[in-house]
Structures are given as C-alpha cells and as structure tokens.
Design a protein around this ligand. Structure first.
Ligand SMILES: [Zn+2]
Length: 566
C-alpha cells in the first residue's frame, strides 16, 4: 500500500490497557506452551498496532509540522508511551517467569530472554519521577538546538542549514560561518552547561536507586549491551590509539599540505578536504532518487525487490519543503511491513548518504519484515549501523552516477572520513566514561577533559581562535551525549566491521555480499558478537581488527592518484 493511502486511526489507550492486562493474566494462567504462545503472539500483534500508529503519526507530523491533526496525534503518543512501557514491563516480567521458557527459546531463540532480563534491570517504579525529569532535560536540550537561529549573510538559518557554508571553499566565508555557528553555542553556554550538569546528577541518582556506584552500568543496560562490557570497550579504545590515530594523523598532514594550511589544523581548515572543495553530488533530488533505484536494482536480486517496493509505495520523503522537520531518519510501519526513509536533501555528499546509509537500514528492515516477535527484527544499535555503514561501501561502483567527475574525490573523502570518524567517536565515548565516573566535575573541568582527550585522539587539531571549539565545548553539539549516553561507541564498532566489508570487497565482492546477507538475514536474532561471527568477520574487540582495516585502507590510499584530488 502506498504511504499516502495507509489508514490511520488513533489507538485507544484505555482499550489497550485493558487488553494488555488481560494478556498478562492469560499468560500467567497458561497451562501449556501452545496457549502461552498464542498469548505471546497476540501481544506481538498489539505492540505492532501501537508502533505502526505512533510511527505513522510521527512521520506525518515530521513531513508537515504545520498539520495540526498529526501534531496533536504525535503529542498523544508521547504522552501515553511511558504508560505503555509500564504495561510492557509487566508482560516481560511474566515472560521471564514462564515455565515454558525452554519451548520459547527453542522456537524464537534465547536472545529475547537475555535482552528482557537486561531491560528489567533498567527500571523500578520508584524511578518514575526522576525519569520524567531526565526526559524533560533532554527535551530542553533538543528544543534549544532546534530553536537555533543563526544570523549569516543577511539570512536567518538553522544549525543544519549552516553546514554547506561551513564547507565553503571561500576561506573568509567559511571562517565566518564557523564563528557564527560557534556563537550560537557561546550565547547559550550557561544553559548547555547547566542542562548537562543536571543530567549527570539525575542519571547518577537513578543508578544509585538501582544499587550501582555510578551511571555506567545503567548506561550499558539501557543500550542492551549483551555481548561485551566496559573492559572490552577499553581494549578497543587502546587499539584506536595504537593503530588508527597515527594513520589518520598522517592523512591529515597530507591534507594540510595539499590545501596549503598550517598543521595541526584549525577547525574551519580541517573541514575542507581538497583545494577545490569537497565532493558534491551532481543531480537534482529526483535524479538522485532515480539513480538510487538503478543502483539497488543492479546490486542484487534482494535489493532490487526492496527498492521497487520502496518506490512503488512512496516510502522515501527526501526533498526539503516548507514546514518539514529537519534531520533524517529511517523508521518502519510494522503492520504494513514497510520501512520509511525521511531526509532533507541539501546539496552536500550527505544527500547520497541518505540513499546509501538510510536505505541500508531500510533494506535490513525490509529483509526482517516477517520475523516474529518484533524484538527479533532489529539487532542492537552497533549491529544496525553495520547494515547501513556497509551499504555505503557496497554502493561504490555506482557513485559515478551521483558524483560525476568528482567520484575519485568522493571515494577518498568517504574512506578517509570513515577512518577519521573512529577516533572521534571513541573519544566521545571515553569522555562520557570519565564524566559519569566523576559526576562531581564542574563544567569547566568537563571542557578541560574534552580538550585533553582531543590531544590524544585528534592531535591534528590545534585551534586557539574559533570560538566554542577552542574552549573544549565541541561536545555540546553532539546530541547523543545529552540524549543517549554511551550510544556513540556503537558507530565506531559498526564502522570497524563496515571497513572489513569494504576490505573484503576489494578482494572479492561476491564473497563480501554473501557475508553481508548472512549478517542482515539474522536480523535481531543474534548478539553483535554472534552476527560478526556469522559473517566470518573479526570482532572489533580483537586487537587485529583495527590494525587490519587500517593497513588495508592505508594501502588503498597510498596507491591513490593524489592529482585527482586537487
Ligand atoms: Zn544509521
């Protein structure tokens, strides 16, 4: 069914509540597995109906924020979602006590239970008031960022609209754009400091309610870390410093030389990869979408079926319009087995990422559309990012259609960007560990900590001029740090695996795709560790993983004809 024709009806929460309570009762009364399973599947259906309705309301609200009807519907789901979560917790609790656990595990896998146990550890009813306070603080941050109005060259722009200007090849204009962007944060510095300080305090308090020393254990449980722990992450951190930082430092030295700027670089200088500017896509949004369809039709039979389904049913909304919310995301309407991709094309390489990265998520959702229960459809975040980040690399042979004569620049920029990202993301994660280990730090101490970590993870930066950045405040623009602590390392682990897929493609494309399909087809039925093994890849927690991808990428970059980059 086409997106525009999908029917929407508000979920009646009091009816849902009654039904949910009945199902909880029926499950605990079940005398045999078949009865218990029937209840389990009814619960899954109920969850699917609620998730579809709330997802539809949210999508229709974001594609036209001026539509009053869907704005109200979205508010409605925001309001009932904590109450539904409580019902859901009650159901999970009975599932964990069911005498038929073995039967369920045989039929649906044991991960459902493992994850359910982790989820139960994150909550007790006495936390509700503090959780609401935490949500309010996060919303305050999100609103502050969204409300940003940056005065630039006679226009009033949002932070996202500043991106193309911050990548301008006109040095004066670019520096002005960076200064304007930084000024917004400096004008609200006290607010950003204070929101974060309150978040650290409340998260520490929540953890202590659960008997933890600090927030780290709860943070890990919230991310459903089911196959690695803090020690593993520490090992990964060491490998990043040992194998990756030196390689990226050398690439950055080359960049500074190529562009004729001082090394270590200032932030606005580092943003420009090549003297002629970063690779930009050539087509109109419609042309980019049409070429994306060609890409997926040619990539594999599985992606061909997927892309035709997406196009036929209007499941991409990527063109910027008045009233459309900013940002980009991939979601799904589980009742209609339909993924949905939302984006705002802005003429940068980010537009192509929507077609390759977000469509990678959508492809995985499409492949998993028939899996029951819903919990088994999507893996934990680091694995979900493997779907999308690897797809970005599988799309390489078609990039000429997106970038024309700038394709070589794009390849270089993409691979270099992937390598550069890992030290940054790991630094974000390291920062948060120190913050939550030492919740009594003052805002100034936090900024100092960021600056110190930067010397370790990103020694190619030195900037004593650009406001906001020079003060160790860069992290305040990283939404994840406020919104979902410890999420960031997921991207780094995923990028490490995606780079292994990239390296495999250089040797044997067919083999790389086969292994990717193994990873994707297991959906949410295995842990990250299990999925990596299924695809016969090396775990990022094994010291050799980063060394191997750094070596493979260096070899490729060394052979690259640098004259194509000017
Ligand atoms: Zn993603």
């Amino acid at each position: 069914m086409k997106f525009s024709e999908l029917p929407y009806e508000r979920i009646n929460f009091s009816k849902v509540k009654q039904q949910a309570e009945e199902l909880v009762q029926n499950l605990s009364d079940a005398k045999d597995f078949l009865t218990a399973e029937r209840v389990f599947l009814e619960w899954d259906k109920l969850s699917s109906l609620i998730s579809t309705a709330s997802s539809l309301a949210n999508v229709r609200h974001t594609i036209n924020t001026e539509d009053v009807f869907y704005a109200e519907e979205k508010d409605y789901y925001d309001e009932i979602s904590p109450q539904y979560q409580e019902l859901s917790q009650n159901f999970i609790k009975v599932m964990l006590e069911t005498p038929f656990r073995k039967d369920f595990e045989t039929k649906y896998g044991d991960l459902y239970f493992k994850n359910a146990e982790i989820e139960m550890r994150t909550f007790t009813p006495s936390m509700i008031a503090d959780l609401q306070q935490e949500n309010r603080l996060v919303s305050e941050y999100v609103k502050l960022i969204a409300s940003a109005q940056v005065e630039f060259e006679g226009e009033t722009l949002t932070l996202a609209q500043m991106t193309p200007h911050m990548q301008s090849t006109n040095t004066e204009k670019r520096i002005a754009a960076w200064n304007a962007y930084g000024s917004f944060f400096m004008n609200h510095a006290e607010q950003f400091d204070s929101i974060f300080d309150q978040l650290v305090t409340i998260r520490t308090k929540l953890s202590q309610t659960l008997g933890h020393k600090n927030f780290i254990a709860l943070g890990y449980d919230r991310m459903t870390r089911n196959s690695y722990n803090e020690k593993d992450v520490e090992k990964f951190r060491e490998a990043v410093q040992k194998h990756l930082v030196p390689v990226v430092t050398r690439l950055k030295q080359e960049q500074a030389k190529r562009n004729g700027v001082a090394f270590p670089m200032k932030y606005p200088d580092a943003e420009i990869k090549f003297p002629s500017g970063n690779a930009k896509p050539t087509g109109t949004p419609d042309e980019i979408l049409a070429y994306g369809q060609k890409l997926y039709r040619e990539l594999s039979p599985e992606t061909a079926e997927f892309i035709d389904f997406m196009m036929e049913n209007e499941l991409f909304d990527v063109v910027s319009r008045k009233g459309k919310a900013s940002g980009g995301y991939c979601t799904e309407f589980s009742e209609y087995k339909s993924p949905f991709v939302f984006a705002n094309f802005n003429g940068t390489a980010g537009d192509i990422e929507v077609i390759t990265h977000e469509a990678g998520h959508a492809f995985a959702a499409y492949q998993a559309r028939n899996i029951v229960p819903l919990e088994n459809r999507q893996p934990t975040m680091e694995s979900a990012e493997v779907h999308s980040m690897s797809m970005e690399f599988f799309a390489w042979p078609w990039c000429e259609g997106f970038f024309g004569n700038q394709t070589q620049k794009f390849y270089y920029q993409h691979l270099e960007g992937a390598l550069t990202f890992i030290p940054y993301g790991t630094m974000v994660d390291h920062f948060q560990h120190e913050i939550y280990k030492n919740p009594e730090m003052t805002p100034t101490e936090r900024h100092q900590l960021w600056s110190e970590l930067e010397k370790k993870y990103r020694p190619w930066y030195q900037d004593t001029e650009t406001p906001f950045y020079k003060d160790g405040r860069f992290w305040q623009r990283q939404i994840h740090i406020y919104e979902m602590p410890f999420y960031y390392i997921d991207y780094c682990l995923a990028q490490t695996v995606a780079l292994q897929f990239w390296a495999t493609m250089q040797e044997n494309r067919e083999d790389a795709w086969k292994r990717y399909m193994k990873f994707v087809s297991k959906a949410g039925m295995l842990t990250f560790d299990g999925l990596v093994k299924t695809a016969d890849m090396t775990s990022p927690f094994n010291d050799s993983a980063l060394k191997d991808v750094a070596d493979a990428a260096t070899k490729w970059l060394n052979q690259f004809d640098q004259s194509t980059l000017m």
